[in-house]
Unconditional design. Structure first.
Length: 373
């Protein structure tokens, strides 16, 4: 490339031509930087100034092993001899697929999977150990917080956490009383899993939920979800009574949309960040729902049952973690390619028909940020 001093050896016209060519070369070089490169530069600049972390939630849709647990009748349909023909091979395929998804969630911020990741519809701790041992996750150093629930289907909630980022200091679970059935037996559901710990040094609390389903109709089943919402509200209020700005995450498959009464009235989660101080909770999923976003499809429409809700402490700027944004993890390989359910989540089964898919729900995840420490 010519130095500026070399131009003196040429005539004025040639010098002008050479300077013009150099200018054009620089313009072309700069314009050739695609948006991905520009975004990478911007992301690097932000990372230099702030810590970024991802959290998430995923309904794993009936993650059962093939062993017969005599104390859990809910696993009977997930045995090799049952109508679904659930085999060791299919179980391993499901583990491989689910682990691959988790490892990709939010990898633009944190490769290897979210630092905190709530899951539901898991049979026991064994399936979780099998899940985090898969090649896609084995290097992420995940730990497990799991408790057995009294749920009639034999499914539980749990939290996966990356040990390099999060250290649990308190774990427990809270049962939800739903009354009794017509035959006098108790109505049972999944316990709320409570996990308190330090996320890169700052205290944070994660509540993993799977609220009662809409079985029997939305209106008839609504009281169960409202009770679940009130239980979470009680836990949040208790935590905020000693520290108003405590960092709390309420996440899970809530079986209701962000604008359902259980969320707006029973849980009292505000739909705007600016209103978080009035209720103590901010539900960023409201904005996504208003945009038509969903995490599962039903009867030609989308619902956003899978939600991440944050406390006032996470909604407002501070010296520790703050909520930045939330997304539905929607990838083409997670969706049906054709037929009646085209565009809906690709399931493992539809009835007893094996679909070799993932889940009837899509995962959701959020990005947290804080000033560099």
């Amino acid at each position: 490339m010519l130095a500026l001093s070399d131009l003196d050896t040429f005539t004025p016209m040639i010098r002008f031509s050479l300077l013009l060519s150099s200018f054009i070369f620089v313009v072309v070089l700069l314009s050739s930087c695609d948006s991905k490169t520009a975004n990478s530069i911007a992301a690097t600049a932000e990372t230099d100034e702030k810590d970024l972390i991802t959290i998430g939630f995923y309904n794993l849709e009936n993650l059962f092993d093939t062993d017969d647990d005599k104390s859990n009748w809910g696993d009977d349909e997930w045995l090799p001899g049952a109508a679904k023909h659930w085999t060791a091979k299919r179980y391993q395929e499901k583990l491989g697929r689910m682990s691959t998804v988790i490892a990709q969630i939010g990898n633009e911020v944190l490769p290897g999977g979210p630092a905190l990741f709530g899951v539901c519809e898991v049979e026991n701790e064994k399936v979780l150990k099998d899940l985090i041992a898969q090649p896609a996750l084995s290097g992420s150093n995940y730990g497990i917080v799991h408790f057995e629930s009294p749920d009639g289907r034999g499914i539980d909630n749990a939290l996966l956490y990356r040990k390099d980022f999060f250290k649990p200091t308190q774990t427990c679970h809270y049962s939800l009383s739903l009354g009794r059935k017509e035959d006098g037996s108790k109505r049972t559901t999944r316990d709320v899993v409570f996990v308190k710990g330090t996320l890169l040094g700052d205290t944070i609390i994660y509540l993993v939920n799977h609220w009662p389903s809409r079985s029997g109709g939305e209106a008839r089943s609504r009281p169960g979800r409202e009770k679940a919402a009130r239980l979470n509200r009680k836990l949040v209020d208790s935590l905020r009574s000693t520290n108003k700005m405590v960092d709390v995450i309420v996440a899970g498959d809530l079986n209701d949309d962000p604008k359902s009464p259980s969320l707006t009235k029973s849980l009292q989660a505000a739909g705007r960040r600016a209103d978080a101080g009035q209720t103590g909770l901010y539900n960023p999923m409201v904005a996504l729902f208003n945009q038509g976003e969903g995490s599962l499809g039903y009867r030609d429409s989308w619902n956003l049952f899978d939600q991440i809700i944050v406390s006032e402490g996470l909604a407002k700027p501070s010296n520790d973690w703050m909520f930045r944004n939330v997304r539905v993890f929607r990838k083409n390989y997670l969706l049906e390619k054709g037929g009646r359910y085209k565009g809906y989540p690709l399931r493992t089964y539809v009835g007893n028909n094996y679909k070799d898919g993932y889940s009837d729900h899509l995962p959701v995840y959020a990005v947290l940020t804080r000033p560099k420490k």
